[in-house]
Ligand binder design. Structure first.
Ligand code: ADA
Length: 770
């Protein structure tokens, strides 16, 4: 029988590309030169610290892991296979000095047959793992840290001579395709086999079985389930288990007639859970699950977290799933790569609908074709049986740093064909960058479309999100369109009573999402919407919003400790679990004489109490706004004057915060950049002449204005390198920018344009009469 032995312990680690000839002794027991080997337990990444602290300077190179392995007891003819569930980004496996395998792609499982390299007694296992830059293996350019390491489990799997396939593309050994018709389902089960034998398929707990002989290493059967229990999303994610047993036909068995044949002993067994469901995509009504409308509203997830990087425990995966369940989402985009099998399992168990994808992202590489195809082959092979998955994502913002080329198109066509060949049951999709022209031929490759839009954050006004989809839907009524990313950064330290785009405050993030939630509600045709992101995540190249190395678009911080206010907005919209939440709990010191207390709740009525006295009751939906006068001298019911206890009650639920009326703004609440960028808000402007308060389009329409702005754009482009190159001549982008005020474009350019340049630009525009 198959044995699985966990090999998490007893590894030594060193930042070196050299394979050791003998097992290095552990630190503390050895000479100085050997002390650089560090004992580690898997999962492990060497970028847990430097990949999260900013500066884009985390270690990207080759590192070595080594371990002793005593030759296990094996049946004659049996095989010993090492299983790696994730080694990032490329790995080479060597046993006793013999190089046995190389794997490229940091997010999928791969297995290596080490049998023939094993000797009696101790064996030297060495794994070199490499996350250095190259032009073949994705990802190379993206907004997240490419942690290096053996960051998921390693197992030794022992199988008898006759066994289910386990090497090819990291296959789980069994493939299950349920086809539901009416109350019944036909379940197709397939296995690949090394050796000959008879395969028995059993759907556990149902008595449904089928037996078939493996021919040319393949066996398949169709099993019928009557009155099938559907896998029905969050409501009832019913899972079945399909077990396959492989029996080797012995001579004795072969000689007996079928009726009298003694049961041959099972040589190998594999099993997988599966779910029976139908789903479809409607260009007007969105997603359907089991024939009923099931609007997909949820979040994206990056896997990493503070301190651990991507080296996660099962408990961490579980906690992430619990937080996503708490917000009430019914879909997760597992971005931008293959996640741990444990997480897809959790999605199956809790009825989450999943978008799965490979890290073909930001920049197309002409040498990367094979790697996109192998990562997709592995993703589909390894994840095929998960009922939670409903689509395969071919790429993400692949046109962000270059225009659409024939090479890129062909790579996408090949990927698309591969997905269709391997899995005719699920459609393909792509997450397009906002500036990709909607009629670009690349948008026609995948089965269903999706766009990432950040209007109201990086660029443009909030309403441009609404407009974009309205225009798209009208122009392409036959296309299924989704909203694959939207979000705004917030550092919960930054607080304000007057939130503004680009200020990194918790309050602006909440306002942004209030708009976006409404935008989505009004467009039921969107097949899925995914907030970017559920959790803050490491992007070592970022240094902004008061944080180093972190993308702060999460609704929850990277340590999973702070749920930002916007989290509760979605909870109010999506969750049935009664709750009430007062926003601005971290905005404690307030200077305003009248402050707004905003409450999010999924209850129909909220009462606000200030220092124990009812200040008002409101009925409504999700968002409840109250105004509360503040003075420094009052604040009854508390010890200090100026302190207020604010309580919200909704049904049985309550939430309480404390605020304080103060004279001077708390300097910790303000992101400094805001001060610098906003100077021009106070400038005196002559309205009869052009200024930075006019839109780009209005100013460009005048010859002098076009000359001034043209110069500025050329200068900016020269300093923006590849980003500028990729946006050159982009009609879609030009159209979007034409509708924006120059002032807001400048704000979004951030530090790239200095206050003095803005002053000069405004002075020049003020010379042009309207
Ligand atoms: C892109 C990209 C994401 C994400 C986002 C952002 O849209 O797809 O990886 O990082 O930008 O936050 O800017």
């Amino acid at each position: 029988m198959r044995q699985i032995i966990n090999l998490s312990k007893d590894w030594l680690f060193k930042k070196t590309a050299e394979f050791p000839a003998v097992f290095p002794e552990e630190r503390g027991q050895s000479s100085a030169s050997e002390t650089e080997w560090e004992p580690v337990t898997l999962p492990h990444t060497w970028n847990a610290k430097d990949g999260q602290d900013g500066g884009n300077d985390y270690y990207r190179g080759t590192c070595m892991y080594t371990r002793k392995l005593e030759k296990p007891e094996m049946e004659p003819g049996g095989r010993a296979v090492l299983e790696f569930k994730g080694a990032a980004m490329s790995a080479e496996v060597m046993v006793n000095g013999e190089k046995l395998a190389r794997h490229e792609g940091g997010y999928s499982t791969f297995r290596v047959d080490i049998t023939d390299a094993l000797k009696d007694g101790d064996n030297l296992i060495c794994v070199s793992v490499d996350n250095s830059a190259n032009d073949r293996v994705y990802p190379q350019k993206a907004d997240f840290t490419f942690y290096g390491g053996i960051y998921r489990e390693v197992n030794l799997i022992l199988v008898p001579e006759t066994h289910f396939e386990l090497i090819k593309d990291g296959t789980p050994g069994i493939k299950v395709t349920p086809k539901v018709t009416g109350n019944n389902a036909v379940i197709e089960a397939e296995v690949r086999v090394q050796g000959d034998g008879v395969v028995t398929f059993t759907i556990e707990g149902t008595g449904v079985k089928a037996e078939t002989e493996a021919r040319d290493g393949y066996a398949a059967a169709e099993l019928e389930l009557e009155d099938v229990c559907l896998w029905n999303g969050k409501e009832d994610p019913y899972l079945y288990t399909m077990k396959a047993e492989l029996r080797k036909e012995t001579e004795a068995v072969k000689e007996c007639s079928a009726d009298h044949a003694p049961e041959a002993e099972a040589a190998d067994t594999v099993s997988t859970r599966f779910g029976c469901r139908t789903f479809s995509f409607d260009r007007e009504k969105g997603f359907f699950l089991n024939g009923k409308p099931y609007p997909l509203r949820g979040v994206s997830r990056h896997q990493d977290r503070a301190g651990a990087g991507n080296a996660l425990t099962y408990e961490m995966h579980r906690e992430d799933m619990e937080i996503i369940r708490e917000i009430g989402a019914n879909t997760i985009r597992l971005a931008h790569y293959q996640h741990a099998q444990e997480f897809y399992d959790l999605a199956d168990e809790y009825g989450m609908i999943v978008w799965a994808e490979i890290p073909y992202i930001t920049q197309h590489m002409e040498n990367g074709w094979e790697n996109t195809l192998s990562q997709m082959r592995e993703l589909i092979t390894q994840c095929y049986n998960h009922p939670s998955i409903v689509c395969w994502g071919l790429s993400n913002e692949i046109t962000a740093s270059g225009s659409v080329t024939e090479d890129m198109m062909e790579n996408h066509r090949l990927l698309n064909d591969l997905c269709h060949r391997m899995d005719p049951t699920r459609p393909t999709t792509m997450a397009h960058v906002f500036m990709l022209e909607t009629d670009s031929p690349i948008t026609e490759i995948p089965d269903i479309a999706s766009y990432n839009l950040y209007f109201g954050w990086y660029l443009g006004e909030l309403e441009q999100n609404d407009k974009f989809f309205d225009e798209y839907h009208e122009k392409f009524p036959e296309r299924v369109i989704g909203f694959s990313e939207y979000g705004a950064d917030a550092n919960p330290q930054f607080q304000t009573a007057s939130p503004e785009q680009g200020d990194y405050t918790e309050a602006y993030q909440a306002l942004y999402h209030e708009h976006l939630l409404k935008c989505i509600d009004e467009r039921p045709y969107l097949w899925a919407t995914h907030v970017w992101n559920m959790f803050d995540f490491a992007a070592d190249g970022r240094d902004e919003g008061g944080a180093h190395g972190v993308n702060q678009k999460g609704l929850v911080t990277i340590d999973r400790k702070v749920k930002k206010d916007a989290f509760y907005l979605y909870k109010a919209a999506w969750s049935d679990e009664p709750f009430v939440h007062i926003c601005g709990r971290r905005y404690r010191d307030r200077t305003e004489d009248t402050t707004e207390i905003k409450v999010y709740s999924n209850q129909p009525e909220v009462t606000l109490l200030v220092d124990g006295r009812v200040a008002g009751t409101q009925t409504g939906s999700r968002i409840f706004r109250f105004t509360v006068p503040l003075t420094e001298s009052s604040g009854a019911g508390t010890h200090d004057a100026g302190r207020y206890i604010i309580e919200a009650r909704a049904g049985e639920c309550t939430d309480t915060i404390e605020i304080r009326k103060v004279q001077e703004p708390n300097p910790d609440y303000l992101f400094q950049k805001q001060e610098i960028v906003n100077w021009f808000d106070k400038e005196e402007i002559d309205p009869t002449c052009y200024s930075i308060q006019d839109t780009m389009g209005e100013v460009m329409a005048t010859p002098q204005g076009a000359a001034i702005l043209g110069r500025m754009i050329r200068q900016a482009a020269a300093s923006r390198g590849d980003v500028a190159k990729s946006t050159e001549g982009n009609k879609n982008l030009e159209k979007m920018m034409a509708g924006m005020k120059i002032q807001s474009l400048l704000k979004q350019a951030g530090d790239a344009i200095k206050p003095e340049q803005i002053r000069q630009l405004n002075a020049a525009l003020q010379q042009i009469k309207k």
